[in-house]
Design a binder for this molecule. Structure first.
Ligand SMILES: C[S@@+](CC[C@H](N)C(=O)[O-])C[C@H]1O[C@@H](n2cnc3c(N)ncnc32)[C@H](O)[C@@H]1O
Length: 254
């Protein structure tokens, strides 16, 4: 019997971010071309991209690091289902100051905050320096990070998330320059499209909406409805079309 006391969590999402299957496939092909023996994923969540990359490179081994026990368990269970349990490890620990690595490919997808506790605006260079430290010579880094499509107004910031500030992100050109300053060349610069955002944001709420439809009178329904309404407002009235996600495939240089 499904437990009706709370909704499932993020089961409608393949990736925990605005990433389509088509882009993920292209990323995997590009990163696999470097023939990595080792892959490290910082802030891996359930590690879908990590699993696909290791699966695409015979003999490669991967480690995913995250603090979320439920997501790590989902990753382990998917790894076992796909016959990858002996090649991919999911570990519950912080990525900040990690002693894992260096690795041939390092993934950090929407998880820059898992690499550094530096406050904005220094968090970006802090994350990039860590990625440079963690990648082997000749390897590749995939760094997916938010950026502003245009500077947000004060009103728009007030509708995004608590204490949202202009220096939380920079623009795409500056983000890519910061990667170069940290010791990388940008192999590929690409950004999420509106469809990827709509799939992500709708999928993010879908478990809750399905549960509310099935349990409208549940004692927790009002609270969960309020949370879902707040999140949807922060997207549709706040960051939609202003915040975007860059996928930077980076080559380390000396
Ligand atoms: C937006 S999710 C991205 C997950 C995954 N990279 C993906 O794209 O599906 C950010 C992840 O960072 C993790 N995280 C946050 N702080 C962390 C830390 N200090 N160390 C490791 N993981 C952390 C969260 O638990 C969450 O799973």
């Amino acid at each position: 019997m499904p437990d009706a006391s709370s909704p499932t969590r993020l089961h409608s999402l393949e990736f925990h971010g605005p990433l389509s299957a088509a882009r993920a496939n292209r990323l995997v092909v590009r990163l696999a071309a470097a023939k990595p023996a080792t892959v490290l994923d910082i802030g891996c969540g359930w590690g879908e991209l990590l699993l696909r990359l290791v699966d695409a490179v015979p003999g490669a081994h991967g480690v995913g690091v995250d603090l979320n026990r439920e997501d790590l368990a989902r990753g382990r269970s998917t790894a076992a289902w796909r016959g990858l349990a002996d090649r991919v490890q999911f570990v519950e620990e912080s990525g900040i100051g990690t002693r894992r690595g260096p690795a041939d490919v390092v993934l950090c997808v929407g998880s820059g905050h898992a690499l550094t506790d530096a406050a904005p605006p220094d968090h970006l260079i802090g994350a990039l320096r860590e990625l440079r430290r963690l990648v082997n010579p000749g390897g590749r880094v995939l760094y997916a990070e938010g950026f502003w499509e245009r500077p947000p107004t004060v009103l728009e910031l007030s509708r995004m998330w608590p204490d949202a500030a202009a220096h939380d992100h920079c623009d795409l050109a500056r983000l890519t320059d910061l990667a170069v300053e940290a010791g990388f060349r940008p192999l590929w610069v690409e950004t999420a499209g509106p469809d990827e955002w709509e799939q992500f944001e709708s999928g993010f709420q879908a478990d809750v909406e399905e549960w509310l439809a099935a349990n409208p009178q549940h004692p927790r329904a009002a609270e969960l409805r309020h949370n879902a309404d707040s999140h949807r407002a922060s997207w549709l009235r706040g960051y939609r079309g202003i915040l975007n996600m860059a996928y930077l495939t980076l080559i380390p240089v000396s």
